[in-house]
Design a protein around this ligand. Structure first.
Ligand SMILES: [Zn+2]
Length: 176
């Protein structure tokens, strides 16, 4: 393979390329050219309604963990549900215990842009006494590089961020 005539352009500022982009004398080598990578700011205002799930976020902002319970069959969801996924009837809000156990977990070595600088981090599925479903949430405390199956069944408790942003990340779990 021909030697790449351009390794990688790294020096960028606001989308402006600070180094000259060189060009080969022969077009034959263009297919071996390394991709040009540019950097530019990217920001949008994203307006999103939580609708019927709003009480769940209001709960987090007030250090309460809410679930929902079917008015007909009594199925308890550890997440906001307006309608029961078992029988379709309406659900009411209930308060969940703030302690539970790790049902399963995964260590994320890659994530959405907002979480990239926190990799590796742990996502856990938490089971609660009296709830029929699980809550997917961040697990903080255990070393992600020492993940092991002994964590399954570990007692954990909810912690709430000091400055709630009305996001699912307003709550996370730590070992008891
Ligand atoms: Zn039901």
């Amino acid at each position: 393979m021909k030697k790449k005539f351009i390794d990688r352009i790294r020096e960028m500022k606001g989308g402006e390329i600070l180094e000259p982009v060189i060009f080969p004398d022969s077009l034959d080598s263009l297919k071996t050219m390394a991709p040009i990578i540019i950097k530019q700011p990217y920001a949008i205002d994203y307006i999103h309604s939580y609708g019927q799930d709003s009480p769940w976020f209001a709960g987090l902002a007030n250090k309460k963990l809410l679930g929902t319970k079917c008015c007909k069959c009594g199925y308890v969801f550890a997440t906001p549900k307006l309608s029961c996924m078992e029988c379709g009837a309406e659900c009411d809000w209930v308060e969940l215990p703030q302690e539970g156990r790790i049902h399963s977990f995964t260590v994320c070595h890659f994530g959405a842009e907002a979480f990239l600088d926190q990799c590796p981090f742990i996502l856990g599925l938490i089971e609660f006494e009296g709830a029929d479903t699980l809550l997917l949430t961040r697990l903080v405390g255990p070393n992600p590089n020492e993940a092991n199956l002994k964590w399954v069944g570990m007692k954990v408790k909810a912690e709430f961020v000091q400055k709630p942003e009305c996001k699912p990340t307003d709550v996370y779990f730590v070992p008891v």
